[in-house]
Design a binder for this molecule. Structure first.
Ligand SMILES: C[S@@+](CC[C@H](N)C(=O)[O-])C[C@H]1O[C@@H](n2cnc3c(N)ncnc32)[C@H](O)[C@@H]1O
Length: 237
């Protein structure tokens, strides 16, 4: 059962529920934790309140809770959210998130969501980041890696060679947007996600953030995929 109609240009195949952006819930339950919690912990104050946008099954949420952060986890998929434990969960499209006047020390938009193909959606995502970050807080973004699309097709082994993760194709579909197919192949199951991506140069990324009242502060990782931004606070406020 899907919780919302599929987003245009997005699709997914494989066992279990598929989210409107083509993500497979059972795949995200399997994915390893990775470096994300370390990057985040090093970039924000200890014990900060974090608004995590697009949390999925809580792959990153749970380690952040264990490290003493307070997390409000947002996703539009009920099937994803029901797997999140120990955090406050909110089911909503990020673009329409309504938490009243609440503000957070940290707002997080990971998983390349800032590359949304639809400009109105991207603007909505960035508006939400700006709206919920405290004046002295920060927004963390995870961007695509350099040459990600140009190198397609590429693949890497996962789970000690037992699985393969493959960027099968990345085709331009007009207006600076690409249609991307990513495959996750395990011995007992395989999932495919098709999604739209609008690649962003550093300049285009900074410009998009500036349009939403956010300013790039620093790139946090050597591969330049994690970025910390600050809200632009006007003197009159
Ligand atoms: C690629 S998954 C990543 C999940 C999690 N961040 C992780 O790294 O494990 C993206 C998640 O964001 C959610 N999502 C994508 N676009 C969304 C939107 N515009 N509003 C709300 N949720 C969204 C999907 O439902 C999915 O659970």
């Amino acid at each position: 059962m899907t919780t919302r109609r599929m987003r245009t240009g997005y699709a997914g195949t494989g066992p279990g529920p598929i989210t409107p952006d083509g993500c497979a819930v059972e795949l995200y339950e399997r994915l390893p934790i990775g470096e994300e919690p370390d990057v985040i912990e090093a970039a924000v104050p200890a014990g900060a309140s974090i608004l995590e946008l697009g949390c999925g099954v809580g792959r990153v949420t749970h380690p952040l809770l264990e490290r003493g952060f307070t997390v409000t986890a947002v996703d539009e998929s009920a099937e994803m959210l029901e797997r999140v434990h120990g955090a406050r969960t909110v089911r909503s499209p990020i673009e329409d998130l309504d938490l009243g006047g609440e503000r957070f020390d940290v707002v997080m938009l990971a998983s390349f969501l800032v590359h949304a193909g639809d400009l109105a959606v991207r603007e909505g995502l960035l508006r939400t980041c700006r709206r919920y970050v405290a004046d002295d807080g920060c927004v963390l973004f995870q961007k695509e890696g350099e040459g990600w699309h140009e190198r397609a097709p590429w693949e890497r082994p996962a789970y000690g060679g037992k699985a393969v993760f493959r960027l099968a194709s990345s085709e331009p579909v007009g207006d600076g947007v690409r249609s991307v197919q990513f495959d996750y192949v395990f011995p007992d199951a395989a999932w495919t996600q098709v999604f739209l991506s609008r690649p962003l140069t550093d300049e285009a990324f900074a410009e998009a953030l500036a349009g939403a009242g956010l300013s790039v502060e620093t790139y946090l990782t050597e591969d330049r995929t994690w970025v910390r931004a600050r809200p632009v606070v006007s003197a009159a406020k």
